[in-house]
Design a protein around this ligand. Structure first.
Ligand code: PRP
Length: 209
């Protein structure tokens, strides 16, 4: 079971705990592959963007990922269950005095993002020519230092945008955590997967109410 380190880890572990699985090591462990206390599965702790890589390749049977990294990776995996946490949205944002959807003088906008594929797709569909600058975090700082004119990033409470004097210009994607399953291993381990899925589904339902 590949779990994303970072914001989704706590709700993901809480869901597994609710479903009867918990890591056999304390949260402070630096081990990256940890069996569950009941021995039924092993947790693999990886960077969020790597969950689709592990699951699509079959290195992990199952994982939890945000639809942001899943769509960015265009991962060919099954998505049997939306988990009801990690909700946020992917948006285009820019400083208040940097217009959107075009810049004065026909300047080609530079867009900083962790999501180059989705960003390219969004602007291609909108018919806007942009230059994409790929960074791996703290994207909101890019326009403040003229690295970019606009950004594409996730917004949850909106606090990071506000505190960096950025305003939302357009929405690209609704994002949330989902369970992802390797296609081949789902066929090979159908019964075990169905059993786990049922437990996770039951554990998810009360949260959605
Ligand atoms: C995420 C996201 C935004 C911020 C949005 O970053 O990339 O920067 O959270 O949350 P808010 O709307 O509630 O302020 P994260 O803290 O995960 O770190 P990162 O910048 O390194 O990606």
């Amino acid at each position: 079971m590949a779990l994303p380190k970072g914001r989704l880890l706590e709700p993901a572990l809480a869901l597994f705990r609710q479903a009867g699985f918990e890591p056999s090591e304390p949260e402070t462990t630096r081990k990256l592959l940890v069996p569950s206390s009941n021995g039924a599965l092993a947790f693999l702790f990886v960077k969020p963007a790597d969950v689709p890589v592990y699951v699509e390749s079959g290195a992990a049977d199952i994982g939890i990922a945000g639809t942001d990294v899943l769509r960015e990776a265009a991962a060919d995996v099954l998505e049997p269950l939306a988990l009801g946490f990690g909700a946020c949205r992917m948006v285009v944002a820019s400083p208040t005095d940097t217009p959107f959807p075009s810049l004065p003088g026909g300047v080609t906008p530079r867009v900083a993002t962790k999501y180059p594929r989705l960003t390219r797709g969004f602007f291609a569909e909108a018919g806007l020519g942009v230059e994409i600058i790929t960074v791996s975090g703290s994207v909101e700082v890019a326009p403040l230092l003229d690295l970019s004119h606009w950004i594409v990033d996730l917004v949850d409470t909106g606090r990071t945008l506000r505190e960096n004097r950025l305003v939302e210009r357009a929405q690209i994607l609704d994002v949330g955590a989902v369970l992802v399953v390797n296609r081949a291993s789902h066929k090979l381990k159908l019964e075990r997967h169905a059993e786990l899925l049922k437990k996770l589904q039951d554990a998810t339902t009360p949260r959605a109410r």
